[in-house]
Design a protein around this ligand. Structure first.
Ligand code: FA5
Length: 356
């Protein structure tokens, strides 16, 4: 039995010095030292020995057990040192290497323009507000003095919203539509009941149009002043201030008579051309950009009495002026921005977008 015990020790030492994973070490522990392991099996033989033999073999058994346990401890520490150095190797990091710079984007050209426009009007006391971009016919047309059968509405080439049954959705305020202009915000702002109003509302507009000068989705900025003594003079002053702040101090504006159902009188606002300086000629030749010295910026006018009534006010007491200009067209007119097809703005072509 003594020989068998010493043989087990030698066998365990050989096995444990060769084991190379913690999992194999655990398997060996059960096999050798477990309750039904090889050592336990051998020690069962002690019962059959005489007292004298038990003393001798018992001492040998203790020596063997201590030897096996020591072999286990050595194997365990050898494996954990190896695991730690493998981990160090795999996680090694050279902190002196240059880092990987994350790609940093920037605001889209339109967003930048919206911020600039908002800031310019803020200097004149105009407060930015938002109104629905999916709205009812009433706010987009009816309250704007354009009844449903009015032919002028055709100019707005509107998208209507259809339900699952294919029918245009309708509510108490008429048909549901994608706002074709930001003028829907005028009566909505008046309905808030806080006067006087100096609003600048910037939002998306939608029309059935797509070519080099037209987008099916574009942005407008709508100015609205409602006060007791609003005047065309003030409207002209606001337009001039905006033109000089946004386009440069040498630019001037003019109001040209026009017709909108929701303003009276109505105007188109023109700004002097950046190429010919408003003269219409470059080196005695007709200016290629404007042809006559002026570029069209957008619509404006004194708020029509019927719109003031729709906003719940008495037109004899209150007056106002409004303007609505396209963000994309306006920013394209800024000197140095040569875009010959407006649709490039939303083609998500990074080669274009990164330039601004
Ligand atoms: C209007 O939409 C009026 N609501 C403007 C207004 C407001 C007049 C308040 C008086 C008082 P108009 O349809 O002209 O007007 O559009 C105004 C501007 O929006 C245009 O001058 C142009 O800059 C821009 N715009 C119109 N349609 C498009 C389009 N499809 N793509 C890009 N810009 C457009």
């Amino acid at each position: 039995m003594e020989n068998e015990l010493r043989q087990l020790l030698a066998e365990a030492q050989a096995k444990l010095s060769a084991v190379d994973t913690m999992a194999d070490l655990e398997v060996a522990r059960i096999e050798i030292l477990g309750r039904k392991g090889k050592l336990a099996e051998l020690l069962k033989g002690l019962a059959a020995l005489s007292i004298e033999e038990k003393k001798v073999i018992g001492a040998v058994a203790n020596e063997v057990k201590t030897g096996i346990e020591k072999a286990f401890m050595e194997a365990e520490s050898r494996l954990s040192v190896a695991a730690a150095s493998a981990k160090n190797e795999s996680e090694w990091l050279d902190v002196t290497l240059p880092g990987i710079a994350p790609e940093v984007g920037h605001a889209h050209l339109t967003t930048q323009a919206i911020e600039d426009i908002t800031n310019i009007f803020a200097h004149l006391g105009f407060v930015r507000s938002r109104h629905p971009e999916v709205d009812w016919d009433y706010y987009a047309f009816e309250a704007m003095n354009m009844p449903s059968d009015h032919p002028a509405r055709d100019d707005w080439e509107t998208f209507f919203v259809r339900g699952e049954n294919g029918e245009v959705k309708t509510g108490a305020k008429g048909k549901m539509l994608l706002t074709p202009h930001t003028s829907n915000g005028q009566v909505r702002e008046m309905e808030k009941g806080v006067f006087p109003i100096r609003m600048i509302s910037i939002g998306k507009c939608f029309r059935r149009q797509a070519d080099v000068r037209h987008l099916p989705m574009f942005h407008q900025f709508e100015g609205l002043v409602i006060d007791k003594k609003a005047s065309v003079t003030e409207l002209k002053g606001v337009c001039d201030y905006f033109a000089k702040s946004y386009f440069g101090p040498d630019r001037v504006t003019r109001l040209r008579p026009y017709h909108f159902r929701f303003t009276e009188p109505s105007f188109e606002l023109d700004i002097s051309c950046s190429v010919c300086g408003g003269t219409g000629k470059v080196d005695e030749v007709k200016c290629k950009l404007c042809k006559e010295g002026w570029l069209e910026l957008g619509g404006a006018g004194m708020v029509h009495p019927n719109v003031i009534k729709a906003g719940g006010l008495d037109p004899d007491e209150y007056s106002g002026f409004a303007f609505g200009w396209g963000v994309e067209r306006t920013m394209m007119m800024r000197a140095g921005l040569n875009i010959d097809d407006i649709r490039i703005l939303y083609k998500n072509d990074l080669r274009f977008i990164r330039q601004f």
